[in-house]
Ligand binder design. Sequence first.
Ligand SMILES: [Zn+2]
Length: 212
Amino acid sequence: MPDTLTDKQKHRLALARLVAEPSKDSTKVGAILSTPEGANILTGYNGPPMGVVDSLDRFERPHKYLFASHAEQNIIAFAARNGIRTSGCTLTVTHFPCSSCARSIIQAGIVCVVVGDGKTSMPDEEFEAAGVMFAEAGIKVVNQWFETHELQWKKLSDELTICVNAFYYWIRTDCHNQFSLFINEKHHETSNSIDKLKEIAQEHYNAGLAQG
Ligand SMILES: [Zn+2]
């Protein structure tokens, strides 16, 4: 079971989102470094290193990969520059760290990463590798993404239950054509998942017809 965020962790995530606002990137990522005692001591967001021109055109692809550092890397480098101890600290970040940031986080001795539910366009392998490395290195990860998506999944499950019940109802009452109508009418703002369910349900129904 994923950890549920404490009020303090939620507050830090809210703070991290605020910290991310000055970023000129379309994906605004913010991070907060907190001491083992719980004091929030540093903030960082994704952008170029200090002294490097922070212009909008540098956030167009592929420039942004050349000129901008991720929030996690900026905060760790800033700590090094100022002689601030990162070992034993917690890093709160609005998005799940990429593999490169994960490596820096581990090497910096950060022991806990609290992750918000932000989405990036980076490939899934990045986050899978980061997750594997965090697990292997014994970094505690508290992930709001799970919490948010668990709620969404619960909502989706309820929707699916309604659809499946409707499906069987229409089969029992031999009004199967009504099923599609029901889905379209009741779920006009359907997600892809609901569309997928409809597809699966239709396949099951066709298979049932074929068996007589
Ligand atoms: Zn990163």
